[in-house]
Each structure stands twice: as C-alpha cells, then as structure tokens.
Design a protein around this ligand. Structure first.
Ligand code: ADP
Ligand code: MG
Ligand code: MG
Length: 514
C-alpha cells in the first residue's frame, strides 16, 4: 500500500522531522522505561513509525463495527461454563498454567460466585490478509489498484528507485481483515496510542500536509477504557473503594499504565487508583466476612490486571493465592477468571469450528460477519483431526503459525521451526497444549522506523497489526454496557515473525485511512 507522503523523504527534511517527532513523543509520554539500562526515574520514547501507516478505510470501519459483536460473543463464551470446561479439557491435561486458572474457576464456582458482574476490557487484533501470490494476474490486479489509490497524493512508485523488487507488488493488495487473536487480559497501548495519533497529525502538519489530517481517525481508547473502569466502580457502589491495578514487579510499559491512572483521576477525582503486585496483594490483602477485598486497608471496587497472564508472573504459591483471593472477592475484575479463559487460543480455535458460533449467537448476519474475520484454525489434540493438522503443517510449514496458550508475545513457532517442533511433541499428549493457525500475509508498506538510541529514522519494509478496543460490563444473564472504544496500530519489519514493541522489532503506529 501507499505511503501518505512521497518516499524517500529528502534527507534534511527527514532529519528535522524525525527530531521534532522524537521530541513530541518524549513530551507527550509516548515513552517506556529502558530495559537495557533500567532507571526508575528515566524514560525514553517508545519505538514508533514516523508516518502513520496506510490502512483501507472500509476494512478499518468494518473492524470497528465488528467490535461490539465480538464483545458480546466473548461475554457469552466467558459465561458458558460447559463450553469452557469442555474446550479446555485436553489442554489442562498438559498445560499446567491453564490448569491452574481452571482450578481457580472451579473452586470459585463451587464456593459460589460473590461478584456476578465482569468487566471485559478487550482488544481484538487483526491483520489485513492479502494471501500468497497466485501469479501474474494477481499481481497486475494489485498494481492497477495501487495506482488508482495513489493518484490523489504522493506515492512511492517505481520511479523513486526504491521499489524494484517484484515481491513488493505481489503483496501490495489491500487485503481483508482477519483476526490474529482476541485479548481479554492486560491488553496494552490504549493509553499511549491515544496520544500517538496526535503526534502523527503534528508530523503531517509540519510536512505541510494539513490536507491529510482528517485521514487519521480520532482515537479515544484511553478515555474509553478508563471510563469503563469508572463505570464498574460506580456499579460497585462504595464511593470510598478504590481501583486496583495489578502490576509487574518492574513495569517497563509504565506510561501506558499511568495514562489510565491519571485519566481515571481526571475523570473522577473522588476515585483513587492503587498499584500492587500479586505478591503485595498476597501480603497486604484479605477478604472480610462478606468477601469484600481489602488491600493495605483499602476496599477494592475494581481490579485491572496488567499482570498475571504469564506463568513467570506467579513465582510462588503466594501469587496464586492472591489470584484466588481476588477471584473469590466481591471486587469487579477485569478480567474475571472466566474472561481470562475465554481469551485463550484454544477457545479461539474451537470457535472457528463449524457450528460453534451458532451456540452463542442466533443472528445469521452477525455469525456471517464474525466468520468473515476467522482464518483457518486447527486442533492439534491427539486424535484423528489433530493428526490431519500435524500432517498439513509438516507438509507446508510456511503456511502456518503454531501457538501455545500464552500471552505477551514471543511464544509462537513459525515456518521452518514448526516441523522439528511438531516432531518432538507429536507422539505425546503435550501437543494438546497447542493450536495451529493459518499464517496471515499482510500487505507490505514502506515507512520510517524511529527507535530510541538511533539518530536516524530508518526506511523499512513493514507490516501492521490493528487492535480494536472494546469493553463489556455484564453477568450471566445480561449485558449492561457494550462499546467499541478505540484502536491501536503496531507495525513491525515485514520479515519478522513477532514484533514486540519492547523488544525493538515492533513499533507503535497510527492508522492513515486510504
Ligand atoms: P500473543 O497473545 O502472545 O500476543 P499472538 O497470537 O498475538 O499472541 O501472536 C503474537 C504475534 O505473532 C502477533 O502480534 C503477530 O505479529 C504474529 N502472529 C500471530 N498469529 C499470526 C498469524 N496467524 N499470521 C501471521 N502472524 C501472526
Ligand atoms: Mg494476546
Ligand atoms: Mg497478540
């Protein structure tokens, strides 16, 4: 797809605008703590794209519109006990972490749930899929399409000397949105990206392209997500109770979290925010005889987990005890344990099976729209179906991604790494811990990656992943609130499998509608 301004930029202009953009980022909290040289009191800007990346308007709008339908689906999935238990039955035999989550789910169900309401702060992640190239006809079609779109404004064309690789054209189609995954715990960057789109407007303005400003959509995920927590706080109906953020021992993505805290305080100065690690909750927390949760003497109305999605975040039984105590409590949790389970990759795979969506939705139009974003998802469970998936992946590994039940990036296996990995697990039950998914092939674009410690922005071939934020408040029987509240874009080098922003391979971005 095309860039919003002609590329490459003139070196002097590039240098000046990069410095301005860096300063804008630093001064607006588009920042993180350093991993390489940790200093609690210092920040550097988060890696970002100098220009907002092109995204087709129709698909962006479709993604936004789909969010409330997906929210509703996930809410129903989270409240279907029979479905969750059956879906995860094979997984829990071999995946200790998921088993412990299910144990908590079962324990609390047996004791009786003190807080029937859940707050789902959700993010559906999507990529445009153009698929593999099918030959010259396909390429021609895309080339025509690009030229048509590009006619109105600067386009990086062959004449610029930059595009001489034919495979660039092969992947240049606009594509359709396909779901990468659905996050129900600790979905991040709603805070920072609510400021980043303004940085991108600033950049385009400085480049003299104010005519393009309305092509960058507003992004209010921060106020949307913070407002959702305040709404849950109000429902809890104890004005003095606080909102508790569960955080890591050391938080690198501190600005994103702090933006939420500050926004909550700004929107309602009577509501306070506390930050605690799981270990601190274990040491300082207790339930009273009505199952009200108190931590460090303060009653907790709402719990927002920014930690607790990964086994290493539970270094001892104490942290598991804390999670169970919170789950037992009357506090409204984001996520409550069933929402956490509904966000597993195994559930995503099960939902893609024929007939499953119909269990949760009786509107054929909605089912059709949800199915339209599902890519191929396959069980790896021991058995006939799973064997078929294994054989398929062995034959064409480049077409697939293999995923465990983990969050936070860096856990998947791709392409050539899949066969030896499958070979090592295919005869044991261990393979039930994984699922297989079609690899989505997004269109490649060119953009400048700006990274801390790098004086110059680097022009790279990149691909993007769109995240749409939404929230739901409700219980088993009803949904009180269901909204789409914003979006985020992450962009990574096109040849990289996973582009963690913190790892320096991915970068924060904004949508430029084409
Ligand atoms: P996590 O919960 O750890 O974020 P994801 O399923 O989002 O797990 O995978 C991490 C990253 O791997 C994604 O952000 C994306 O870049 C890449 N990825 C995951 N699934 C696919 C897929 N089906 N096709 C292409 N890339 C994928
Ligand atoms: Mg995830
Ligand atoms: Mg992800």
């Amino acid at each position: 797809m095309d860039s919003c301004v002609p590329l490459p930029m003139e070196p002097k202009v590039l240098q000046e605008i990069t410095e301005k953009a860096k300063d804008y980022a630093l001064m607006h909290g588009i920042c993180m703590r350093r991993k390489d040289a940790f200093d609690r009191d210092a920040l550097h800007f988060a890696p970002f794209l100098l220009l907002p990346s092109a995204f087709p308007k129709g698909e962006f709008e479709r993604a936004c519109q789909l969010q409330t339908i997906l929210n509703e689906l996930m809410h129903k999935v989270a409240h279907d006990r029979e479905f969750l238990i059956a879906t995860l039955a094979q997984t829990v035999k071999v995946d200790e972490f998921t088993r412990r989550l299910v144990d908590i789910y079962n324990t609390v169900a047996q004791e009786g749930v003190a807080q029937p309401l859940s707050l789902g702060l959700l993010r559906s992640d999507l990529m445009l899929n153009v698929g593999p190239c099918d030959g010259p006809a396909f390429c021609c079609w895309h080339q025509v399409e690009i030229n048509t779109i590009a006619s109105g404004f600067g386009w990086l064309g062959p004449a610029s000397g930059l595009i001489h690789r034919s495979d660039y054209f092969l992947c240049c189609g606009k594509g359709v949105i396909q779901q990468v995954e659905f996050n129900s715990i600790a979905s991040s960057f709603g805070g920072i990206t609510s400021y980043l789109y303004k940085a991108h407007k600033f950049v385009l303005g400085e480049l003299g392209r104010k005519d393009l400003l309305d092509r960058i959509p507003e992004n209010n995920s921060l106020s949307g997500l913070s407002g959702a927590m305040l709404e849950a706080h109000k429902i809890y109906n104890q004005p003095k109770a606080v909102i508790l953020f569960i955080v890591e021992d050391v938080t690198y993505n501190i600005c994103d979290q702090k933006f939420h805290e500050f926004k909550i305080r700004e929107m309602n100065p009577d509501v306070f925010v506390e930050r605690k690690t799981l270990t601190e909750v274990a040491n300082e927390g207790h339930l009273d005889n009505q199952k009200r949760l108190f931590v460090d003497g303060k009653e907790i109305a709402v719990i927002y987990f920014r930690c607790g999605y990964s086994p290493d975040q539970y270094p001892s039984e104490r942290e598991w005890d804390a999670r169970l105590m919170m789950e037992r409590s009357m506090a409204i949790k984001s996520p409550s344990i069933h929402y956490h389970l509904a966000g597993t990759k195994k559930v995503q795979q099960e939902l893609a099976l024929p007939g499953t969506l119909e269990r949760f939705c009786d509107d054929p139009e909605k089912i059709k729209s949800i199915k339209s974003i599902f890519t191929g998802l396959y069980t790896l469970d021991k058995g006939e179906e799973g064997d078929k998936s294994v054989a398929m992946a062995m034959k064409n590994p480049e077409r697939f991604v293999l995923k465990p039940q983990r969050e936070g990036g860096g856990n998947n296996t791709y392409g050539d790494d899949i066969p030896p990995f499958l070979e090592s697990i295919k005869d044991s039950e261990e393979r039930n811990a994984y699922i297989l998914m079609d690899r989505i092939l997004p269109p490649k674009t060119m953009n400048y990656v700006v990274r801390p410690g790098h004086e110059k922005a680097e022009l790279k071939e990149v691909i993007s992943e769109l995240g749409i934020f939404g929230y739901v408040i409700g219980d088993q029987n009803r949904i009180i609130s269901n909204h789409q509240v914003g979006h985020m874009l992450r962009t990574k080098l096109s040849h990289v499998n996973e582009g963690g922003v913190a790892a320096g391979l991915g970068a924060l971005d904004s949508v430029f509608l084409v």
